[in-house]
Design a protein around this ligand. Structure first.
Ligand SMILES: NC(=O)C1=CN([C@@H]2O[C@H](COP(=O)(O)OP(=O)(O)OC[C@H]3O[C@@H](n4cnc5c(N)ncnc54)[C@H](OP(=O)(O)O)[C@@H]3O)[C@@H](O)[C@H]2O)C=CC1
Ligand SMILES: O=C(O)[C@@H]1CCC=N1
Length: 271
């Protein structure tokens, strides 16, 4: 018998999970999505054949797995609205950044809760999905993994702390890469390329480099060295990147994302 999956929130990430599950032949009729925006519901129903709902109701009582996919700031209120309809045996999966299990569990009135951290490449099934399963729920790990693997590669972590750290790398990481693409595109446009050509050049370069890195036995450092001819052009570009503090900047950016996740968790956990 197929598990019934309910998504609370039908935005970017829930949409990616729905798309991945349906592409993996999970029957849409076993998926329920709740979102307060009618156009989002209509689209998800039309594209994937899932059941959609504008608010909580008895439909939620049959959910075996409930994915909490609203923004951290709205989580407590949303949980309040769904709580009367929850199946006490359901497994909850929170994908909210920062929010800690102890706080969400208190709001839910259930300890049957794991945390996951996907990223937006999940939209094309190329996501990285961090998963933290408390030891008391070890027997539920496979179930959580089987659902989340619809978004990409699942990486198990041993603590919530580690999940928050993973979030600063792979969760936020696509934004860092898109920023890099924007910068490369802008530099190309400044030098006379039309914006479409510049964009394509920048995107395909990142795609090609990532494909090479994933398939090669060489480390990224070695692959960089392979591009960098002694006394050549790349060496000059890398010298400037080094002088401008590229490595330090990345380190500080990741730290800032982590600090924000802790701040959010502290602030919202007090509610
Ligand atoms: N985007 C990312 O890269 C990642 C996000 N996350 C986490 O995933 C979660 C979801 O993010 P994302 O998908 O980007 O967010 P979205 O805002 O795209 O999706 C959330 C959806 O839920 C709806 N919603 C919120 N509250 C309710 C409610 N009470 N009843 C019904 N619908 C509601 C929102 O409507 P409305 O717009 O009207 O508020 C929105 O359509 C967040 O907690 C985020 O931290 C995790 C990993 C990566
Ligand atoms: O920016 C955020 O808070 C979420 C978590 C990781 C990616 N997006």
């Amino acid at each position: 018998m197929q598990n019934r999956i309910a998504m609370i929130g039908g935005g970017n990430m829930a949409g990616a999970l729905v798309a991945g599950l349906v592409a993996a032949n999970y029957p849409g009729e076993f998926i329920d999505v709740m979102d307060r925006n009618p156009p989002k519901c209509e689209r998800l129903h039309k594209d994937y054949g899932v059941n959609t709902h504008l608010e909580a109701g008895d439909w939620l009582k049959s959910a075996d797995i409930v994915v909490l996919a609203v923004k951290p700031q709205g989580m407590r209120q949303t949980i309040e609205s769904i709580r009367p309809f929850l199946n006490s045996k359901a497994l909850f999966i929170s994908i909210a950044a920062g929010l800690r299990i102890k706080d969400i569990a208190r709001w839910l009135g259930s300890d049957n809760l794991v945390r996951a951290m996907p990223n937006t490449p999940a939209l094309v099934k190329a996501g990285v999905v961090g998963l933290y399963v408390p030891s008391a729920l070890e027997t539920k790990k496979k179930l959580a993994q089987s659902v989340l693997s619809a978004m990409g590669e699942v990486i198990n972590v041993k603590s919530e702390e580690e999940l928050d750290l993973l979030s600063t790398v792979s969760g936020s990481g696509p934004a860092y890469v898109f920023r890099f693409i924007e910068a490369l595109e802008e530099a190309a446009v400044k030098r006379g390329f039309d914006s479409e050509g510049a964009r394509r050049m920048a995107i395909l370069t990142v795609l090609g480099a990532a494909k090479l890195a994933v398939s090669s036995t060489d480390s990224p450092a070695q692959l960089r060295i392979n591009v960098t001819s002694k006394g050549g052009t790349t060496a000059e570009a890398l010298r400037v990147m080094q002088e401008k503090g590229f490595m330090e900047m990345m380190d500080e950016a990741v730290q800032a994302a982590y600090d924000r996740s802790q701040q959010l968790a502290d602030e919202l956990g007090r509610l």
